[in-house]
Design a protein around this ligand. Structure first.
Ligand code: FDA
Length: 508
């Protein structure tokens, strides 16, 4: 593909034969910009000077529109990027890395968001364009007693989230979202519709469950295994300042949280020299307080810290907090009505050996200037440690104590949009000796272009250039297997971006 506008026009003409005009917005349309920013949550990723805008945004209402976009794109040398919830931490679903990047169109799956629940089979089909909040809502209302393990923010798109794994507070009991995918439908790099995993073959079906979005095709819908949830679950939250012993508590938490019963997940958010312990117990308050009292008395959890509620309520409460009391649970369905937010940069690490108290002392006091620096730490252990590192492409399993997500928020200007800010940049450098190494692990769903970006050699993304980020996200073995699968399903590298899976060449 090149960036000749003749190609762009031919592409648009080709699309118009199979896709109704109202489902294709070009930049000249007044709806284009509102649609483009409708799912962006990060002001850093809107900065137009640093990226090339898409030729158009296609909003398919059925599979044939997606197929047409891929076929026309191939024919007229225009790549496509697919967007489900638009939460990619580097915006790769709708923006390119530089104004000189290759021409591309965005296929935005927002219209494809059906959720069909089979309570008897304890399964559901969910379209990629649904938010995980929509999934939670429809599962819990159609099948009380069932739930699904996925992330915390209800507006995250199923398409990208499942493609990269999907971590949430039920993962110690039930695994990642991708661990619970039973089947899928997708459009491949030739524009063919693959109606189930049989049509995909074992390798491709393995790759789409955690091998990263935007690599192998466009997944339209997913069949998932629903999991039992008790009628009452418990939330508790315990804040601790440094003066109240936050450093000691986090030091202990590192080995304690991954070893707690699978029903109890305690994550920690560290911000402003304070640690905030937040928990989900799949059961009632008194059992949670008893376990915490015997295993982690330093936290001093009492029944007064607990809130008992339904699992569905929990999924809303963990995101909206007490504000949900004034809203209906249908707030979980409101996908594209959230504000843009501040400038944000995310990075991630995996910890395999606990950090010392002295190290935590420094982390808590890491200077952040006028920005907000936040560490969100999710304990592994439980079933996460029992699934093998090559069960799906997500490799961070038995050796991992917990994941760290670093988040820096600031009030930036478009000009500084692509610069990694100081708090997160310097802390990440400081952390190197204390976290996983060779390779230093990272979570693909917290995408970070600083780890490395692809180089295209002779028209195809080089395997070597992808190794840097690919081995961090997937480990060396899974990265190689994914690149081999890419060669089989998309040898000429049609689906590509700054961090797309390279096809392994035959000589490698
Ligand atoms: P988006 O549409 O931007 O897609 C992400 C990537 O997948 C892109 O490369 C895109 O091309 C590709 N893609 C999208 N749809 C596809 C499809 N149908 N088929 C193939 N490829 C597709 N993660 C987590 O595990 N737990 C959590 O609690 C959170 N919380 C969280 C909060 C907030 C505010 C943000 C911004 C992000 C998170 N995340 C997270 C990370 C989130 O899981 C990650 O960004 C997902 O990839 C987002 O999926 P979307 O569909 O929203 O993104």
């Amino acid at each position: 593909p090149s960036d000749h506008s003749d190609n762009d026009n031919d592409f648009l003409r080709c699309l118009s034969t199979d896709v109704p005009g109202q489902l294709v917005q070009a930049p000249s349309s007044p709806s284009f910009t509102p649609l483009l920013v409708s799912s962006i949550r990060n002001a850093r990723l809107v900065a137009p000077a640093t990226s090339r805008p898409p030729i158009c945004i296609v909003t398919p209402t059925n599979a044939s529109h997606v197929q047409a976009a891929v076929r026309c794109g191939r024919r007229h040398a225009v790549r496509v990027r697919v967007r489900s919830g638009g939460h990619d931490c580097e915006g790769l679903s709708y923006r390119s890395g530089s104004p000189k990047s290759e021409a591309f169109a965005v296929i935005d799956l927002a219209n494809l968001h059906a959720v069909t629940v089979d309570p008897h089979e304890a399964t559901a089909w969910v379209d990629s364009g649904a938010g995980i909040g929509e999934l939670y809502y429809h599962v819990a209302t159609a099948a009380p007693g069932l739930g699904f393990p996925a992330g915390v923010c209800p507006t995250i798109g199923v398409g990208g989230h499942f493609s990269g794994g999907g971590m949430g507070l039920m993962m110690r009991k039930h695994g990642l979202s991708a661990d619970n995918v039973l089947d899928a439908t997708m459009v491949d790099a030739q524009g063919n519709l693959l109606a189930d995993k049989k049509a995909m073959g074992d390798d491709l079906f393995w790759a789409i469950r955690g091998g990263g979005g935007g690599n192998f095709g466009i997944v339209l819908s997913w069949k998932v295994r629903l999991v039992p949830v008790p009628p009452t679950v418990t939330f508790f939250k315990v804040p601790k300042t440094m003066e109240q012993g936050a450093v000691d508590a986090v030091t202990k938490w590192q080995t304690l949280a991954p070893a707690l019963p699978d029903d109890l997940s305690v994550r920690v958010v560290v911000q402003n020299r304070e640690a905030n312990f937040q928990a989900l117990h799949l059961g009632n308050c008194s059992a949670a307080v008893a376990t915490m009292g015997s295993r982690f008395p330093e936290l001093g959890v009492t029944t007064a810290d607990c809130k008992e509620m339904s699992w569905l309520n929990y999924t809303a409460y963990i995101f909206f907090g007490d504000a949900i009391n004034a809203k209906p649970l249908e707030a979980l369905l409101l996908n594209r009505s959230m504000p843009l937010g501040r400038f944000v940069k995310n990075k991630s690490d995996y910890v395999k050996k606990p950090l010392t108290k002295e190290t935590w002392d420094k982390i808590f006091q890491w200077p952040n200037g006028t920005a907000t620096g936040q560490l969100v730490m999710e304990p592994h252990g439980g079933i996460m440690a029992r699934i093998s590192a090559d069960g799906i492409p997500f490799p961070h399993r038995s050796s991992v104590l917990y994941n760290i997500q670093y988040v820096e928020f600031w009030n930036g200007t478009a000009a500084g949009g692509d610069v990694t800010p100081k708090w997160v940049g310097s802390l990440y450098e400081f952390m190197a000796p204390f976290v996983s190494k060779n390779p230093r692990g990272a979570y693909v769903n917290y995408r970070d272009l600083d780890i490395g970006t692809n180089k295209v050699v002779d028209g195809v993304t080089s395997y070597e250039s992808g190794k840097v980020w690919g081995e961090s996200y997937f480990g060396p073995e899974n990265y190689r297997r994914l690149a081999k699968i890419k060669r089989t399903v998309d040898a000429d590298d049609y689906f590509r971006s700054e961090q797309s899976m390279p096809p392994l060449s035959l000589s490698q």
